[in-house]
Design a protein around this ligand. Structure first.
Ligand code: FPP
Length: 248
């Protein structure tokens, strides 16, 4: 068994479910799509906070595999918003040393978005300051399933010995391969569940939930989440004495 990573007071990797855009708009008697536009501004707040705090990786759940079943008008508006954000923000992210990556099944996305995803990844691939991963068309079960399929194909072709398949090999085929596992998970919008996000990767992640709707996210609420994280003891299945360096 591998030993737990060293404790750190600031999360290296933050994973976020940005929930509540629709309700934020509905409370103002405005179309849900306006809530998503306001949500895009909160994404900037979150990115700035992470950069200022030296976070190495930020993973945002932008569009789940289930979101394709929303009303066509809302899906269309979200696609336009994604395209606009990719067009307007990626250059600036590149200038600031961020790497942009996408996880999820891209096959359902319109070709112009898929092309922008690939271009954004290619443009920023050598940047090291922070990795922004956008989960789009993503589901945790999809992720684990595609990893299994890859390994099965490799085993059938003789490239992988089935006896050598262990947790680290499975991990290496998942969407977030190569990144540290998320230390902190934040979900806004009041629901207390994972909703098929990073099912494998959240195994030992600290969870923080807030009733705040995503467009209302501000630096103070992010700081509250980071403060709560700093106060937690992460045991990774060990005893408190073991992780604090005391008696075994
Ligand atoms: C969940 O709120 C949010 C989404 C399905 C879309 C998230 C998209 C953005 C924040 C904008 C763009 C972001 C990026 C990274 C490109 P909801 O609609 O489920 O809200 P509700 O629970 O109140 O209905």
């Amino acid at each position: 068994m591998s030993s737990p990573p060293p404790a750190s007071r600031t999360p290296r990797h933050l994973a976020v479910i940005m929930d509540g855009n629709g309700r934020w708009a509905e409370r103002r008697q405005r179309p849900r799509t306006l809530g998503h536009r306001a949500g895009a501004k909160a994404v900037q707040v979150c990115i700035e906070f992470c950069l200022a705090n030296g976070v190495e990786a930020l993973t945002l759940f932008a569009f789940s595999s289930e979101n394709w079943n929303r009303p066509q008008e809302e899906v269309g508006a979200l696609m336009k918003l994604f395209l606009r954000m990719l067009d307007s923000e990626v250059e600036e992210m590149h200038r600031r040393g961020m790497r942009v990556a996408f996880i999820g099944d891209r096959s359902g996305f319109p070709e112009p978005i898929r092309a922008r995803m690939a271009q954004s990844e290619a443009l920023t691939r050598d940047n090291r300051r922070m990795v922004l991963t956008i989960a789009a068309g993503y589901g945790g079960r999809w992720d684990i399933t595609q990893a299994c399929r890859q390994l099965a194909e490799d085993a059938a072709a003789g490239r992988v010995d089935p006896a050598s398949i262990d947790e680290s090999l499975v991990q290496s085929r998942l969407g977030l391969a190569g990144l540290p596992e998320p230390d902190l998970f934040i979900r806004t919008g009041g629901d207390v569940r994972i909703s098929n996000f990073l099912l494998w990767q959240l195994a030992y992640t600290e969870m923080w939930f807030t009733d705040l709707l995503w467009p209302d996210l501000d630096t103070a609420s992010l700081q509250a989440a980071f403060d709560a994280y700093a106060a937690r003891e992460r045991r990774f299945g060990l005893t408190s004495a073991q992780v604090s360096g005391g008696a075994a």
